[in-house]
Design a protein around this ligand. Sequence first.
Ligand code: C2E
Ligand code: MG
Ligand code: MG
Length: 654
Amino acid sequence: MKNRRLSDLCFLRSVAPGVTLSVLLVCVMTGVISYGVHRLIDFAISTTIKNEAIQETSKWAKYFNATSPDLARMMADGKLTQEQNNIVQAAIDYNNVYSFMLFDLQGQLNFGSDEGVLESPEDQAFSQEALNVVHSGEPSVIVTKRQSYSTLPDFFVEALVPAYGTDQQIIGVIYLFMDKSDKAALFHQFLNWLGYLLPILCALLYSIPSLAFVLKREQANAKARRVNHLSRFDHLTGALNRHTMSAEAKMRFTQRRAAENIGVMFLDIDNFKAVNDESGHEFGDAYLHNIASILMGTVRSTDLVGRMGGDEFVVALPNIDREELERIGIRMLSAARKPFEYKGRTIKSSISIGYRLSPQGETPQTALHCADLALYHAKSNGRDSLVEYFPELDMALNRRRDIEATMESALATDRFETVFQPITEPKDGSIIGFEALLRLTSESGEKIPPTEFIPVAEETGMIHEIGLQVLRNALKTALNWPSGVFLSVNLSARQFDRDDLVEQISTILTELNYPAHRLEFEITESLLMEDEERISEMLADLRHLGVSIAMDDFGTGYSSLGYLWKYSFDKLKIDKVFLEGYDFDGERYREIIETIVVLGRKMGMEVTIEGVEEKRHADMLKSLDCDQYQGFLFGKPMAAHETLSISWDQSKTA
Ligand code: C2E
Ligand code: MG
Ligand code: MG
């Protein structure tokens, strides 16, 4: 609703200049038309009155001719008898003549009336105008509108018409001054409404289509602007989209001045997948929008913020030094840490930022690559941090690529090896199970530890294939062990990303006809921090198959008691770090180990202690109530064929 009102407001604001211009145009046009129409009306009235005056004066001259038999003489000497005087007077009154004059053939004024008084002028005035009429035989009529300062009538006509004798010869010129104010006023009264109506009509005729045009054009413009916006910006977050960001950043790099450093940040949201899984995609979208707003609100007006896809953002900061770049990055981190609330649901998350202060001459691709490596480092070092690129990151990347290639070829040529580490019974040291552990050897013979290749397998997704391969191989070996010996297999948190994990495991168990109760899966706490409901269901399904679940490496992660309650494990495996700690602070670590053992037991779990390397470890553990030991003291991880040559009756080690 608010958005709609906002967009209406924007639309109104954008059409306002067009409408104002149209209104202005209409006003000017109305004024011009109004002025023109009035001028036209004046002209029409003058012309009509002029024509009328010509006819009237001609008629008047004829009438005068007819009623004055010795007109020719009157013209010549200007003397009128009383009777002629009366006739003239009556004619003047009848025709509303204001002034009347007679000119002879030489243009001399011989007789005249002024304001009703008829008289022969003492000085005979000459009129060139009258002489012209004598020569041309055409009447001369002038229509005049009174000037404001004059005492003359509002509208009057001065007409000079030739007077004809009985032989139809011009005998002189009659001058008439007629007051036409009433007539003109009548015309005006009749025509003036036209002077108002016409401009209004024109204004309407113009303004309706022009307004429609302005609105239509503005709608088209708004659409074009929207299309432009959509093609430039990411519709979800309002940041620049990937394409525009790349183009704009490239431009900043090519236009940079000598010695200008450009900051490039590559960042993403920590555990965004979990945010999406747990709170839904709508919440995830709102959270993405929130992060983009934080970024855009933190950078300077000259900087660029672009969304590269998913939860990845890139920020380009031209003309910047390291201190300012770090300041901006730290502000982003702390703003992103604040709880985010949407539709009654609140989460706390964080972002990780890798950045590169790109020097003159470096390409945007290289700068971005460096920032990406730094981000990767920030992620693998606990997240929620700001890391600047350093050259060793390239070496780490190369190493990672090598491992990836080695794993790919190992998968293809079956070069992964599964080894088995004994798990023993504390009382007599007999082997009661084995943990399957994966080994990778490169083509050059280098042994790559699982702590290094398993994370790469998880990132690349290879863990799905590798995990099932380990399980299958280990089960094949375990089938040869005595029935009381169990197999323990590690499951990575990433393997749980596949919904069909349990189904796949079930299929393998059925295929190999392996009894599920002799199989145990080890999972770590990192898995339990993900989508709680889903993981809980998958673990329940696994247990439903008949396998047992152990919590591995207990004590190294969050060691939350909540997880132990929630997921009810069959076994707790105490991490080897506690026995390592025992080596330099014996009493303290003994107590910690004892506490964990008691806790596990009380919660109905079996307890295994890892990393039993030395006899002194075993001696100390005797006083505790552990169920199983695992460590080099009782057996190092061994090849599959070695487990087959164990003489089970004499397998006791301690
Ligand atoms: P983990 O599951 O806790 O496995 C136990 C690790 O402790 C093994 O290291 C084992 O060799 C080592 N260990 C056992 N006893 C002792 C001891 O007395 N002293 C010392 N210092 N170490 C001992 P490894 O084989 O290097 O495996 C390391 C980790 O790699 C494993 O820890 C596990 O998390 C992971 N891993 C190994 N194989 C697989 C696998 O097939 N799948 C998955 N998802 N992870 C695996
Ligand atoms: Mg394990
Ligand atoms: Mg372990």
